[in-house]
Design a protein around this ligand. Structure first.
Ligand code: PBG
Length: 368
């Protein structure tokens, strides 16, 4: 035998782990006991061998305190209303909403984002119900802050729950487009009303230009310099919002499931433009930046994370939730494992906090 061959023989024989007892009848075990050995310095699988080693090497953690639960609010004192396209998600009247907040806090979820579903009768072209000082969402904020004051309450600033057409702002009938500055004026007033009701964070979701700066100025000018702004900064014109529009009734009020918001929400293909929106919201005084949707936009989340030190939120939207639920209902996907993996991926991409309809179920799973 040549010298090299002896070296190989020694390596193979001496480097071998103890020979396992194999059942030669079993072809799989026979293959596993083959003498074939690669001469590898790096074997990354070494750190995946046991649950303990995998835990040591784990890079991404997802805890209930990273999650924000979106909640839909309705009038009255009756029962919860199911939402057809979002199985497991309901609209809650205020008494049940308060009870839900108590449960969420006990599960370790620090914040809720409120979305009102209004009766069609109060919707108008100009969405003036948004400025009613006793409108549903303001009563919901007051009730939660009175009963569960530790729960951080977030409310959207946008006109879509209040307008007949379902758009986020005032529709200029001459152009068929939204009137930017007139809409911002209303959003700033909505922010002050929400602050008076006790909100912790306002979340402009409308994508009008200049709204973050105007809202900051209005809040500060009215003595609310502690109220934070979570800016829906990179919000894309996504088809994944479909089930949400059923939930708040903005799709049906517009008479279509394809409410077109492309003159204000971002083109899904535009990465650089998303970064421009992020930079503007930083300059205008946002406290938290957001990317939305989350799952189909993980690259944007990563890019924002690398470009800024601001707290970063990502919104796993209604359609992302619905697609996992629908496939699981058919037995095609494992609901809990796909839920957890989808959320972990958003954290790995760089989100500090995630708005998700899975928040409560995830927190219950962690406690189990
Ligand atoms: C409205 C708003 C939307 C969502 C949050 N705020 C929908 C839209 O822009 O039409 C979507 C949330 C979801 O799909 O879960 N300004």
């Amino acid at each position: 035998m040549s010298c090299e061959l002896w070296v190989v023989w020694f390596k193979v024989v001496l480097d071998r782990p103890p020979v396992p007892i194999v059942n030669k009848q079993n072809p799989f075990m026979a293959a596993a006991s083959s003498d074939f050995r690669l001469d590898l310095t790096r074997r990354p699988r070494r750190m995946r061998r046991t649950a303990s080693l995998r835990a040591l090497a784990n890079e991404t953690d997802l805890q209930p305190h990273n999650l924000i639960q979106p909640l839909f609010v309705i009038e009255g004192e009756g029962a919860a209303e199911p939402i057809e396209s979002m199985p497991g998600v309901v609209r809650l009247p205020i008494p049940l909403l308060v009870a839900e907040c108590r449960e969420l806090l006990a599960l370790g979820i620090p914040a809720v984002a409120l979305f009102p579903k209004l009766d069609a009768a109060v919707k108008t072209d100009d969405g003036r119900e948004a400025l009613n000082p006793n409108t549903l969402v303001l009563r919901a904020i007051r009730a939660i802050k009175a009963a569960v004051p530790e729960m951080a309450v977030i409310t959207d600033l946008a006109l879509d729950p209040y307008t007949v057409h379902g758009h986020d702002g005032l529709l200029d009938l001459a152009t068929g487009d939204l009137a930017n500055d007139a809409t911002v004026e209303i959003l700033a007033e909505m922010a002050v009303l929400a602050a008076e009701a006790g909100v912790d964070i306002v979340a402009p979701s409308d994508m009008m230009d200049g709204r973050v700066g105007a809202i900051r100025e209005a809040l500060d000018g009215n003595g609310f310099d502690t109220v934070a702004i979570m800016a829906y900064s990179a919000k894309f014109a996504s088809a994944f919002y479909g089930p949400f529009r059923d939930a708040v009734g903005s799709a049906s009020s517009a008479g279509t499931h394809h409410l077109d918001k492309r003159t204000y929400q971002l083109n899904p293909g535009n990465r650089r433009e998303a970064m421009t929106e992020i930079a503007l919201d930083e300059q205008e005084g946002a406290d938290i930046l957001m990317v939305k949707p989350a799952g189909p936009y993980l690259d944007i989340i990563r890019e924002v994370r690398d470009a800024t030190d601001f707290p970063l939120a990502a919104y796993q939207v209604s359609g992302e939730y619905a697609q996992i639920l629908a496939a699981a209902e058919r037995g095609w996907l494992d609901l809990e494992r796909c839920r957890d993996e989808s959320l972990l991926a958003i954290r790995r991409a760089g989100a500090d906090m995630i708005l998700t309809y899975f928040a409560k179920a995830y927190a219950e799973g962690v406690g189990r």
